[in-house]
Design a protein around this ligand. Sequence first.
Ligand code: NAD
Length: 327
Amino acid sequence: MAANDAGDTMPKPMFETAALVGTGVIGRSWSRVFVRGGCRVRLYDPDPEQAKRALRWFHEDVALDVREGLVTKDDEALWRDRVSAHADLREALTGAGYVQESGPERLDLKRAIYQTMDAAAEPDAILASSTSALDVNEFADRVKGGWRCITAHPVNPPHIVPLVEIQSSRVTKPEVQQKTVEFLAHCGQKPVVLKRYINGFLLNRIQAAVVREAFHLAESGVADAEAIDSVIKDGLALRWAFIGNFGANHLNAPEGIGQYFGRYADAYRSMIGDLNNEPPAFEKDMMSRIAREIGMGENEEDVKRMSQWRDRMIVRLKALKKDHPRP
Ligand SMILES: NC(=O)c1ccc[n+]([C@@H]2O[C@H](COP(=O)([O-])OP(=O)(O)OC[C@H]3O[C@@H](n4cnc5c(N)ncnc54)[C@H](O)[C@@H]3O)[C@@H](O)[C@H]2O)c1
């Protein structure tokens, strides 16, 4: 049985125990994914206070879901029992069949962490990395157990947004990739496999294309930031959430994508040729202007409040998608 969003059943785990190495924003969120998949979850961070904070975050976040009616009281008790913080790496990795590394995004640190994890983990444990941009080949090549190293790049926060980008290294065994995909799907995620490394993987490249043009339009005064965001929220993303980009292209003409681009390829060529190639300056004043125009405060409390609302809405949208699969 696969995990469900409401979390009201306890699936049989594919791995009895999963371990998290690095328990910041991403690591702590993975704890909810793996517990949803039925695992016991061990949290390790070289800063033991951080692992304890992550455990507290887990308790508070599950309690919030109980208040929202998304998790039952029984599951809350069961889940609390399954997650623990550890000050010792070897202790955290003992018995773990799957390890998710979410340490800082620095190649030298990832290499060091992988050396340590490879030495301390169970001999057949999978060592997956949350890296947003690094090439797994750069650290898998240097450890004895390179065959079990793989990238599993989540979207923040992984327990809310299901997509995970999977990239194997040159030496990763095919069965490691297969098991990783199966395990993450079992935990309620949506893994997609890249056939080779590319800077930014798929998600951040597509996001970068949108960021580049959104900033260009705002900076050049074509429209204010709220109007530009409305194009996404009230236009493009409503379709994207159900059918994606190519799906949207396909449904834009009675006979599908071939007919659509038969009609509009010249217009797209002209617009693509017209796109600004300069990266945005990302100046502070511009950021403040954008925050003001989209009506969001820049202090931590406001950002937290909006993030919590976003997460609740995404959970509801996922439930809608699940209840209405594509025909
Ligand atoms: N934040 C995002 O939006 C996002 C999204 C997807 C992927 N990622 C990736 O996830 C990883 C973690 O990012 P984050 O945003 O959670 O960072 P973060 O700074 O919140 O957390 C990093 C954690 O790593 C710990 N750490 C430091 N040295 C370590 C070591 N040697 N071994 C193990 N842990 C160590 C820190 O104490 C900290 O708790 C990065 O690789 C990042 O690129 C981040």
